[in-house]
Design a protein around this ligand. Structure first.
Ligand code: BTN
Length: 253
């Protein structure tokens, strides 16, 4: 299987049996001055958190629940790009290791066959408009069986095992995610967002589709056209005008 080929990412590891949320464990390490690339992994989370204040179901041994500490020397406005970059890295790793035809729903859900297999939560701490640190939380439903998925989620959630028909080695998957993530992070430092944007667009299952966005300004519907240079989603509304979406939840169709 794949091996860890990074110089910094995941070279400092904190493995936890049970924790409330790896985001909190990583935040404490960040506040204590832990180095960029420090990775916290838990077998089980009792208070796993999702985007928009949702819960993240994190049963023992069958998933990858992890949080990576990043310290980009960038303005806070860079955080959305980091979100998209992380989605590209995880999507590429999932495709490599499981062979499944995974795609990205804006901004950063990973879907297989229309069902969610991974969620990403990026939390940033700032100081004077600059990022102090970011915590990239990644939750992947790896070896969950259909009966491990709560009944009310079965129509919208799946696992790599269900989709690929085989058991997936979690250590191999984690190494692949870290390899991809460090490579793209360096690419972004050297060449900016443009190459990441192209990679994101190529893996997107959102572009070209009619979508509804549930955001702060109420619902907006339109056809998803592209990402702009900052990472916002560009929709064409029913009047033919472009509308930029900076955050929110997207429903396809
Ligand atoms: C979402 O899709 O809403 C984001 C889900 C993020 C889940 C991961 S699991 C590891 C890390 N710890 C958490 O509590 N959440 C993230």
């Amino acid at each position: 299987g794949a091996m860890l080929q990074t110089s910094g990412f995941a070279r400092k590891l904190r493995l936890l049996d049970v924790t409330s949320s790896t985001q909190e464990a990583a935040r404490l390490l960040a506040e204590e001055g832990a180095a960029e690339g420090t990775l916290v992994i838990a077998e089980e989370q009792t208070g796993g958190r999702g985007r928009q204040g949702r819960m993240w179901f994190s049963p023992p041994h069958k998933g990858v629940w992890m949080s990576l500490l990043l310290r980009p020397r960038r303005p806070l406005a860079f955080a959305p790009q980091l979100t998209l970059l992380t989605a590209v890295a995880v999507c590429r790793a999932i495709r490599k290791v499981s062979g499944a035809d995974a795609g990205i729903k804006w901004p950063n859900d990973i879907l297989i066959g229309g069902k969610k297999v991974c969620g990403i939560l990026i939390e940033s701490a700032g100081e004077d408009e600059m990022i102090k640190y970011c915590i990239a939380g990644i939750g992947i439903d790896v070896n969950l069986e259909p009966e491990d998925i709560p009944a009310e989620l079965r129509s919208v959630a799946t696992s790599l095992k269900i989709e690929s028909g085989r058991h997936i080695d979690r250590a191999e998957l984690i190494a692949a995610v870290m390899n991809e993530l460090e490579q793209l992070y360096k690419l972004h430092e050297e060449e900016g967002f443009a190459p990441i944007r192209l990679l994101w667009e190529a893996l997107s299952v959102t572009l070209g589709r009619r979508v509804t966005v549930w955001g702060g300004r109420g619902d907006i519907s339109g056809v998803a056209k592209s990402l702009d240079e900052s990472g916002a989603l560009v929709l064409q509304d029913e009047h033919g005008s472009d509308v930029k979406i900076f955050s929110g939840d997207v429903q396809l169709g």
